[in-house]
Design a protein around this ligand. Structure first.
Ligand SMILES: Cc1ncc(COP(=O)(O)O)c(C=O)c1O
Length: 422
């Protein structure tokens, strides 16, 4: 570490709570720039980036077409607090791509999008409770932080707040079920459907793939009791497939939230879904009593909108997802092979475009079945990988379309060497 970097890190400790802005991959590195599949720190060290800004940079950093599009907009103004052409074109593209999308509202982050999706569903049903899944991540709202990462496991469906500052009353507004468990989820819905205003689920919970039957049963129960089913596709949208997890699994929710891969690295997220629910956002169509307020200074700004629109144009090109799948499958299969060769008690879970290595032998189907994993080994592996120039989130590898086959081979070598050290 150079003196310059050390000084900057000291200043971070002085000016930012805990020396960070909350997004902590490592507290020892300050990222200076990114290009394609790589990032560089302020010391000039190069890393292959498997964090992708925690997901948005599916095309890699500073994709030239996105940079050009954004540059051409900057001199025309960056935000107007009104309609702009790019926002309308983007909404049109989302509607043509995503099965549940009939109209679209924009926000700036995934946390906002999930929050507004839940609010719209509550207004639509006139019912207050949200059913979510233990370990499911939906951002930072009070509702989302119920049983997102609980230390103390409650009996289902009682929720537990994951952090300080959440009003006690929120406990009464959230129900919690185990992911992938149709039986318990069904019981909860059947017992409390009169109070449930929305079911929110990550189609892949963190990196845990869904049992198809589970997603199908959610769809069935939601339809039976007229409860809006929200797919939180902030991670999966435009990543698993151009049409997201709903296209990949062939199950259409009533509402979904989109962000990350949609954004091209700019702050934008979307709430989209069936018109009859989305209409609650409309000043024209609802009386004041029925209106769901959803506005924000920067919502749908032309800069983020053109970045997203250009990103979608590139993602839509032929073979994008086939190539990503080929590379991701090669990476995952090679890691699995190394685990077998080295007789390491671990598994790779997730999908071709995002996954993690979990040091546990027993199958993982939900939050509870992951509790015995060896977290120290994950920490050790992440640290070793960082020292070998592989930059990743604590608990996820994100693959971009910019990672080359050669870089994937380099990654496999780094993983093998790190495995040997563990
Ligand atoms: C599934 C899911 N929903 C919501 C969010 C929140 O998104 P943001 O960080 O943009 O607020 C995230 C962020 O990682 C996420 O993974």
């Amino acid at each position: 570490m150079t003196t310059k970097e050390k000084n900057l890190l000291d200043l971070a400790k002085l000016y930012l709570p805990g020396g960070s802005n909350g997004n902590n991959i490592t507290m020892d590195i300050i990222i200076d720039r990114g290009l394609g599949s790589k990032v560089w720190d302020t010391n000039g060290n190069e890393y292959l980036d498997y964090s992708l800004g925690s997901g948005p940079m599916l095309l890699g950093h500073s994709h030239p077409e996105v940079v050009d599009a954004v540059s051409s907009q900057i001199s025309k103004g960056t935000t107007y607090f009104g309609l702009n052409k790019h926002m309308i074109d983007l909404a049109e593209e989302i509607i043509s791509a995503v099965p549940c999308a009939e109209s679209v509202r924009f926000a700036n982050s995934g946390s906002e999008a999930t929050f507004f999706a839940m609010r719209a569903a509550r207004a639509f049903t006139q019912k207050e409770k949200i059913l979510k899944f233990e370990g499911g991540f939906h951002g930072m709202s009070d509702y989302a932080l119920m049983s997102m990462m609980p230390n103390q496991l409650q009996d289902f469906p009682s929720p537990t707040p994951d952090c300080e500052g959440i009003p006690e009353s929120i406990r009464n507004s959230v129900l919690v079920a185990p992911f992938n468990n149709t039986e318990i989820t069904k019981q909860i819905i059947e017992n409390q459907h009169n109070e449930i205003g929305a079911i929110i689920v990550e189609p892949i919970q963190r990196v845990i793939p869904p049992k198809l039957e589970f997603l199908k049963s959610l769809r069935k129960l939601a339809t039976k009791y007229k409860i809006p089913l929200i797919f939180d596709e902030i991670v999966t949208g435009f990543r698993l497939d151009y049409g997201g997890a709903q296209t990949y699994y062939g199950i259409t929710p009533d509402i979904c939230t989109l962000g990350k891969a949609l954004s091209g690295g700019f702050p934008i997220a979307a709430i989209t879904g069936k018109k009859e629910i989305m209409e609650y956002f409309s000043i024209q169509n609802k009386s004041e009593k029925e209106l769901v307020l959803q506005e924000g200074t920067m919502n749908g700004n032309p800069l983020s909108s053109i970045a997203a629109l250009t990103t979608l144009k590139i993602l839509k090109q032929k073979n994008t997802y086939a190539n990503l799948k080929k590379n991701g499958t090669q990476l995952i299969n090679s890691i699995k092979q190394k685990l077998i060769e080295l007789e390491i008690s671990a598994q790779v879970i997730g999908e071709f475009c995002f996954f993690d290595i979990i040091f546990q032998k027993e199958p993982i189907i939900d939050y509870r079945s992951m509790q015995n994993r060896n977290k120290n080994k994950t920490k050790q592996l992440n640290k070793l990988l960082l020292s070998k120039g592989i930059y990743k989130n604590h608990s996820k590898y994100y693959l971009s379309t910019a990672h080359s086959e050669k870089e994937i081979e380099k990654t496999i070598d780094a993983i093998q060497l790190s495995f040997q050290k563990i």
